[in-house]
Ligand binder design. Structure first.
Ligand SMILES: Cc1cc2nc3c(=O)[nH]c(=O)nc-3n(C[C@H](O)[C@H](O)[C@H](O)COP(=O)(O)O)c2cc1C
Length: 191
């Protein structure tokens, strides 16, 4: 069982990092092989809408020759993944949005039907925001974006964790969400 973790915050040791780390720790406790990727470290552009990935039959992969290529290989090889995203300006951080937009390049055509290399994978989503209310924080906007894109790609949203934090690592003081994160990781590893 291979489980990837993606951190959509630039803050290493921040709240998103802490939650993703806890999900991976839970998964590793059941023997899963885990790896964490900081999306902010990638040299990766947004989707260029060239549609080369949709031009013929079968999977060709994204034509962009950047760090997302290796990330896509890891994603394809994984059984499940966790994506952590801080709320920035009432939506996903730019780092997480680029990652999400590039899922487009994991799509392909088979017998004229749209398919995705992500189809059938399980996903845990972690959202962190400064506001004390998930509805006014913008977390719901980000949630809807990830939920709809996951559904479009055939990814199963196994669980969604969300909580308030501001100072780096402050989310660790929230025992409920840390326990949920650990359990969500174990859930992925059992699936
Ligand atoms: C550029 C920027 C925009 C932000 N916008 C929002 C927002 O719209 N809503 C909110 O509740 N918090 C917002 N925040 C607060 C972060 O979501 C919060 O500090 C979170 O804990 C950051 O996660 P991290 O520690 O993983 O970086 C923003 C923070 C930054 C830096």
């Amino acid at each position: 069982m291979r489980i990837m973790g993606f951190v959509g915050s630039p803050r290493k040791g921040g709240n998103t990092d802490a939650l993703v780390g806890e999900v991976l720790r839970g998964a590793a406790s059941l023997g899963a092989t885990t790896e964490k990727v900081f999306l902010n470290d990638l040299d990766a552009r947004g989707c260029q809408a060239c549609d080369t990935c949709r031009a013929g039959e079968g999977y060709t992969g994204c034509v962009l020759d950047d760090d997302m290529r290796a990330v896509h290989e890891k994603l394809i090889e994984s059984d499940a993944f966790v994506l952590g995203c801080p709320i920035y300006c009432f939506g996903p951080s730019a780092q997480a949005k680029i990652f999400l937009d590039r899922w487009y390049g994991l799509g392909y055509k088979e017998n004229g039907e749209r398919r995705s290399k992500l189809r059938g994978k399980k996903m845990v989503l972690c959202l962190v925001y400064g506001d004390d209310n998930p509805f006014t924080s913008g977390a719901m906007n980000a949630f809807a974006t990830f939920r709809d894109e996951a559904a479009w790609c055939g990814v199963e949203m196994a669980s969604v964790l969300y909580g308030t934090a501001n100072k780096p690592g402050e989310i660790r003081e929230n025992a409920r969400i840390m326990e949920e994160a650990y359990a969500a990781g174990r859930g992925l590893a059992k699936a």
